[in-house]
Write a protein that binds this ligand. Sequence first.
Ligand SMILES: O=C(O)CCC(=O)C(=O)O
Ligand SMILES: [Fe+2]
Length: 508
Amino acid sequence: MRLRPRPVCKNGQRSSSTLATRVELGRLSRRLVFTEQRRRRGEGKGGVTTSGTATAGVAEEAGCRWEGADPTGLAGSSGVAVGFSSPGGASGGGRGWGRRRSVDDDEWRAVVVSRRKPTTATTNRNTQSPAKKMSQKPTSNGNGVVTNRQQQHQQPQQRLTLNPNTDHNPDSYDDVHNLDFSPLLFSSLERYLPDTMLNSSRDNKFHFMRDILTRYSPEGERFRLQKHKEYRQKIISNYKPLFKGLYTMHAVNFFSSSFLKAIKDNSEESFRSIISEPVPGVYSFQMLQPSFCDMLMSEVEHFERWVHETRWRIMRPSTMNKYGVVLDDFGMESMLDKLMDDYIRPMSKILFPEVGGLTLDSHHGFIVEYGLDRDVDLGLHVDDAEVTLNVCLGKQFEGGELYFRGIRCDNHVNTDTLPEEIVDYKHIPGQAILHRGRHRHGARATTSGNRLNLLLWCRSSVFRELKKYQKEFSSWCGECRREKKERQRLSVNATKQELMRRDGISAS
Ligand SMILES: O=C(O)CCC(=O)C(=O)O
Ligand SMILES: [Fe+2]
């Protein structure tokens, strides 16, 4: 009857330009600089430990869920989960949670599986990312001598300064894809560059900072990230999409007009005008056009056929899914990034501000497939996400209802469910739901036909970083709120008793 925390995965970082993010990244940069100073003084364990904390804070985490063979060859010898905790004690425990095979709703059995995802591998098939270009192309050093950039960027002393240069206006790295670290972290770190570097080219600064940051990311983790990146790139360069139009965002072809209008209006009122709340904290709205749903399902079928014919070994969305595919792995990552940035974040900002709804900056996008000849059901679990988008694509099916069991923080994920928290939701093709990842849920058996759903787990690295410092109480956790109320009740009672006792004393 217990869920165990699932260590989380790392992924590339998407930027968000909120003030909170900037402040937070500023703080992380300072921590990184401090650690760098300690490392130079020979204190601590050579950067790995604390650096992990600094970079882990801004690195996104992905719930890469595996089934069966591990195509990257990185799985533990048992073939089961390889758990990762972020270095520096910033363990992922409780951020992502085990998934789940359950016989009935009340059975909480978690399978702890996790895999680090690669960092933002770009999915653009034709263009090489600026980061890649930066790292590969030999360039002129300005004296007409062509040098290898790697050498060019190797500075005799790779040091950051202790105090930031607050007058310096940092460059933006938002357009540099394929980064292992957040573009914001680079902007933030720029103020700590030595004076000689401050006015150097963006390319130079980028390499200088990346070399420093890389020292803080453990080698094993970098290896895993690299392997996953290669895995993704291999698929993308071999698989020929059926519908190319699905791989870039074409909003008018994808979304229903009511959804488009609400997003365009971009106000609380416009969002509330299209949503209903079938379960408290779960928002439902018409989202996808039937033609888009059909195309996406055909694309998935086409991909699965290609996998079968080529005997390609792919990663399933999770250990609990024998079927289903990770859309990010075969070219849809940038389209889904856009879906999160331009459509889901604006809504989450209004609906889920307290769990990082306004700073969502990375995602894990996949398709789940249910039916008697596919996965049948899904046990009770929480997602490795701050906000989850779940859209039913079709086809015809019976069963497959979602059941919800209340929102819980890490500390309370296994606590009892109150009667009012027990609510079911029936999927309708084209219809989306948006809920907190920490809203405990599962799916009942699909008893006939096939059900395919699009899932987008959206994450906020800022929220995750901040959460580390706020372990005591989560305003959004049902159990935390109950405990707080109980504490207040006890305190009021104690005060009353004390007053009565004093009254009694003075009366005698
Ligand atoms: O089957 C569904 O609709 C829910 C899937 C889900 O919760 C998940 O994959 O995390
Ligand atoms: Fe889920």
